[in-house]
Design a protein. Structure first.
Length: 101
C-alpha cells in the first residue's frame, strides 16, 4: 500500500488522490513495519478507502479501519462478495462520484 500511495502521489495530476484497497485483512509476508508504512502513506497525501471482504480476525478489521481513518478515507466491511457493488457505490457517492452500474 505504501508503494502504491507513493506512486499515486508521483503520477497524479490533481491533489485529490484516493487509493481503494480491497482486502481480507490479513498481513502476509510484509517487509515493512506498520509504522514505516503509515509514515510513507501519510507523506504521500493519499486518502485510503478500504473494503474488507470476509475479514475474519478482529485485528484485520481494526487495521483496515485505522488505515482508512488515519488518511481521511473510510472503510466498509462486507461479509460476502455480493455486497461489493453496494460498498463501492456508497464510497463513490461519498466522494461525489456517481456510478450507474
Amino acid at each position: 500500500m505504501a508503494f502504491a500511495a507513493g506512486h499515486l502521489a508521483r503520477i497524479a495530476k490533481y491533489p485529490n488522490r484516493v487509493l481503494l484497497v480491497i482486502s481480507d485483512g490479513r498481513n502476509i509476508d510484509s517487509h515493512a513495519s506498520p509504522t514505516q508504512s503509515s509514515a510513507e502513506i501519510n507523506a504521500a497525501g493519499v486518502r485510503i478507502f478500504c473494503i474488507g471482504v470476509d475479514v475474519s480476525e478482529s485485528y484485520g478489521r481494526r487495521r483496515l479501519q485505522l488505515l482508512s481513518a488515519s488518511t481521511g478515507g473510510e472503510s466498509s466491511l462486507i461479509s460476502d462478495p455480493g455486497q461489493f457493488r453496494r460498498a463501492t457505490r456508497e464510497m463513490a457517492q461519498n466522494l461525489g462520484i456517481e456510478f450507474n452500474f
